[in-house]
Design a protein around this ligand. Structure first.
Ligand code: ADP
Ligand code: MG
Length: 376
């Protein structure tokens, strides 16, 4: 039996531009993350759907649908090409965009955004592409001069901190008369090339990770926000000016700090819920439902992103999840946030015990016919 629990894909027609696209990316099973070698508790079903065990009733699975589902075999290149590259040309036309990595600590946010030297993530690929797009415009000889610049900041405990000038204190967020959001005093560095970007970004991002180990897992509790700005000015009258902003955000871990392991809720005195992350969930929900007031002003992160999230901006949230049992409840809550729809399907989830080098091979099961044929 298939039971529809929630459908929230009501964003259509004129509302479509303010929708935030939601992708889910499942990272590969990593044996060392799973002491009991219990096997994956999540698996992909198709290009937009996955299933997990229903913890309330193990004879059922929960099947979720998203704009995009990226299985554990998905490459960095594929994520970039399908989710990020298509929105970048808008930055050259004075529009704004934002890309977020959401999900619990350990599920792959930094891998998705930053990646490694061998497998570069969204950030280096997007910045390289912005340079290429600008160079192509310059070559084509249009009437505009282009400037590319960057800022890099962190929101930690509702404080805005400049990662390119670490000695600065909490910076204010302001709005100008044209409703553009800006941060007075934030370092903005002009970039002349992609290697120039590397020179400025890498030490600042290393700074952040080394500081984090000393400061009680700070990097998992703060939002790292890279801003790439493309400013263009017309060489001939009427000398128009345009600015496009791209925010690339590695969010704080979405795990509930009040819970430890899978023991259910247990209050810990340090466990304040991250206000900005909580508000971001509400903002994305209200944008995608197209109803109610969008509570941008309720947190620093959403206030900063107000002109680059929803409205005419192009936004994508990549929700990262991990397949191991110890992440189950964090996966469950991340999926409930990300899902366009959820089905409860009466079909036990047969788990395989996997070793990491076999994690790509999935146990085959009969498809749940009711779920598969039900109209979406
Ligand atoms: P987060 O930033 O969400 O805490 P990380 O990006 O640090 O998580 O990922 C945790 C670990 O999993 C890292 O060792 C990372 O290299 C690895 N990892 C994450 N996603 C993938 C992936 N898609 N493919 C291979 N390894 C991954
Ligand atoms: Mg990280």
């Amino acid at each position: 039996m298939a039971q529809r629990v929630a459908v929230s894909d009501v964003a259509g027609g004129s509302k479509r531009t303010s929708r935030v696209r939601v992708a889910v990316r499942l990272r590969p099973y990593m044996e060392k993350q799973d002491e009991k070698a219990e096997g994956a508790c999540v698996r992909g079903l198709g290009p937009q759907s996955l299933e997990i065990i229903n913890w309330r009733n193990s004879t059922e699975t929960l099947q979720y649908q998203f704009d995009v589902f990226y299985g554990e075999q998905t490459t960095q290149q594929e994520v970039f090409l399908t989710s990020v590259k298509p929105i970048l040309p808008h930055i050259l036309n004075g529009q704004n965009a934002s890309v977020f990595a959401y999900g619990p600590t350990g599920a792959g946010k930094t891998h998705t955004m930053l990646g490694t030297q061998e497998q570069p993530g969204v950030i280096p690929r997007a910045v390289r592409e912005v340079f290429q797009l600008v160079r192509a415009q310059e070559k084509a000889g249009d009437d505009w001069d282009y400037t590319i610049g960057m800022s890099y900041l962190e929101i930690y405990n509702e404080k805005v901190l400049d990662l390119l000038s670490p000695s600065t204190q909490d910076l204010p967020i302001r709005e100008d008369k044209d409703r553009n959001i800006f941060i007075p005093g934030l370092t903005h560095t002009t970039l002349s090339s992609f290697s120039d970007f590397h020179t400025h970004f890498i030490p600042a991002s290393l700074n952040r990770t080394t500081a984090s180990t000393k400061l009680n897992h700070r990097s998992s509790r703060s939002h790292a926000i890279l801003l790439i700005k493309v400013e263009k000015s017309q060489r001939v009258p009427p000398h128009r000016q345009q600015t496009g902003k791209l925010y690339l955000v590695d969010l704080a871990g979405s795990e509930d700090n009040r819970r430890t392991g899978n023991q259910g809720l247990r209050l810990k005195e340090s466990g304040a819920i991250n206000l900005s992350l909580f508000t971001l969930s509400k903002v994305v929900d209200s944008l995608n439902l197209g109803v109610g007031r969008v509570p941008y002003r309720d947190s620093k992160l959403t206030r900063l992103l107000q002109d680059s999230l929803g409205g005419s901006a192009h936004s994508i949230m990549i929700t990262n999840i991990a397949p191991e049992q110890k992440y189950y409840f964090d996966t469950f809550s991340a999926l409930n946030f990300a899902a366009k729809s959820k089905l409860i399907v009466n079909k036990p989830f047969v788990r395989e015990t996997v070793s990491s080098n076999e994690s790509g091979k999935r146990a085959r099961q009969e498809p749940a016919s009711e779920a598969a044929t039900e109209p979406q």
